[in-house]
Design a protein around this ligand. Structure first.
Ligand code: UT7
Length: 333
């Protein structure tokens, strides 16, 4: 009987380059508070956010993705034609089909790369990274581009007290490719669909079409239960990712958690007893919560500002709607 041939890839995979794009409109809390009967003080105290960035009309999901990707490609030192797979994590590409990844792959000048979108909300980038790692080692891809991108301002009701001050826009990207040594540790990922409704679009497209005055499918969030879930559960997941990678907290240089809320970031760092010298991403203060884009945006900033150096060991953890989560250890490119 005939047997099917299989393939294997590189022994190890690594992140070879990171890039990001921050939209041009800076929106301070003062511009948000009136519509939701809030205050700059409340927002800073409860979330750590001082300002966020919103995209303008030209800063589309595709435009921001391409800009972030070009920086990552440049940093990785490869040509766009070498990319054979493009994975885009987003919940704000408003065409259900086709995937925006194909248009991005084309605009970047890849040679007909495999291209698809994934929907894992704020956990999307780390899901994409896990897929790319497996594909490079499994042989399905040699150089994968992973993008996390959101234009959450399109899906945020600016009169909703629970979300208007949190969500923001931006894009981040990473090139994953072959490496001589392990650069991406085992992923720890999972979901808790019992809490499916805690962060979700209010209506699906059919409900919207049936509306007397249709609106975009805004996001809604029961913030406090999500806050408690993230603060208590995610530190354990992060610890598991360290354990699986064989990395002790003392070996860690950089911690890049999803930029959801400064208090969650602090609670996780405390629960994990991270040594003082570990650099912790705190991009949320200036950038808001950009869902799938938050980790690559924060990591790229730390690299640019010298807080994360080439060869450093970094722990990434992402979590959000679903509820879905994913964490892994990487070497900073
Ligand atoms: O990215 C995906 C994952 N998302 C997250 O991880 C987000 C997790 N959740 C959070 O970050 C927090 O829950 C929020 C920042 C969204 C809210 O903070 P909180 O400490 O959980 O506030 P709360 O909802 O428990 O509300 C506390 C108080 C309430 O008043 P009382 O009942 O104590 O008098 C609210 O009515 O704050 C009031 N409140 C507000 N006040 C001013 C709620 N929203 C606002 C507001 N401005 N926007």
């Amino acid at each position: 009987m005939a047997t099917i041939a299989t393939e294997t890839g590189s022994s190890y995979a690594a992140v070879l380059g990171v890039g990001s794009y921050r939209p041009s409109r800076v929106i301070p809390n003062a511009d948000i508070v009136d519509a939701i009967d809030s205050s700059d003080e409340w927002i800073q105290q409860r979330s750590g956010i001082r300002q966020r960035r919103f995209a303008n009309a030209e800063e589309t999901v595709q435009m921001m993705s391409v800009a972030a990707a070009r920086k990552a490609i440049d940093r990785a030192g490869i040509a766009p034609e070498q990319i054979d797979c493009v994975i885009v994590a987003t919940v704000t590409h408003l065409l259900q089909t086709p995937a925006i990844a194909t248009a991005i792959a084309y605009e970047l000048g890849t040679d007909q790369a495999a291209a698809f979108d994934i929907s894992a909300a704020c956990a999307g980038f780390c899901h994409g990274l896990a897929l790319a790692d497996q594909m490079v080692r499994g042989g399905a891809s040699r150089y994968s581009l992973v993008i996390g991108v959101e234009r959450l301002s399109d899906l945020t009701d600016m009169e909703d007290r629970g979300t208007a001050f949190i969500f923001a826009d931006g894009a981040g990207a990473a090139i994953v490719g072959p490496s001589d040594s392990p650069g991406i540790g085992p992923v720890v990922w999972g979901s808790d669909g019992e809490q499916f409704d805690l962060i979700r679009q209010k209506e699906d497209w059919r409900d919207i079409v049936a509306m007397e005055r249709p609106v975009l499918p805004y996001l809604t969030m029961q913030g406090n239960p999500v806050f408690r879930w993230a603060s208590f559960t995610m530190a354990k997941v992060a610890q598991q990712a360290l354990d699986k990678a064989g990395i002790a907290p003392d070996d860690l240089d950089v911690f890049v958690p999803h930029q959801a809320n400064m208090r969650i970031i602090d609670a996780m760092a405390r629960a994990m007893k991270l040594p003082e010298r570990v650099a912790i991403a705190r991009d949320i203060a200036d950038q808001g919560n950009t869902s799938a884009a938050s980790i690559p945006l924060a990591l790229d900033r730390m690299i640019d500002e010298g807080q994360a150096k080439s060869g450093d060991i970094a722990l990434l953890i992402a979590f959000g709607a679903g509820l879905a989560y994913a964490a892994q250890v990487i070497t900073v490119p």
